[in-house]
Design a protein around this ligand. Structure first.
Ligand SMILES: [Zn+2]
Length: 135
């Protein structure tokens, strides 16, 4: 089932040139809805959890600009000021990937990522990235 998230990250203003470029590409055009000068990217749930995962690393600027963050390993939802541990240090020794203040896993996304920091979405992320195969 396809759903549409009208988030800042996925709702991009397009000018006529970009609009024409996207329309020319049949594959792309089928994944966008055009309305009032905006192109809305349509992603299914699998695409969303994969795209959101890319926002869980090297995301310090996203996290510090977020109002709320969530961990898709333990489900903890918290303000970014709770984060004390970072990994993936840059050349200046500043960590670029947040670790969850509750479980210390690098599974944090912020609302600036463009994805919803709500329990339902974090649960879908956990199901995909931390699912246990029972044998
Ligand atoms: Zn956690």
């Amino acid at each position: 089932m396809f759903t549409c998230w009208k988030t800042a990250n996925q709702l991009r203003h397009v000018d006529a040139f970009v609009y024409a470029l996207i329309r020319q590409s049949h594959r792309c055009a089928s994944r966008y809805i055009f309305t009032n000068g905006y192109a809305i990217l349509i992603m299914n749930s699998l695409e969303r959890v994969k795209a959101a995962h890319k926002k869980s690393i090297f995301h310090r600027s996203d996290i510090t600009a977020s109002k709320i963050c969530g961990c898709f390993h333990c489900g903890h939802i918290f303000p970014p000021l709770e984060i004390e541990q970072w990994t993936h240090k840059n050349g200046k020794g500043i960590g670029q990937t947040a670790l969850c203040p509750k479980c210390s896993i690098d599974s944090v996304i912020g609302d600036k990522s463009g994805f919803p920091v709500i329990s339902k979405f974090l649960g879908a992320m956990k199901d995909h990235w931390f699912s246990v195969i029972k044998i």
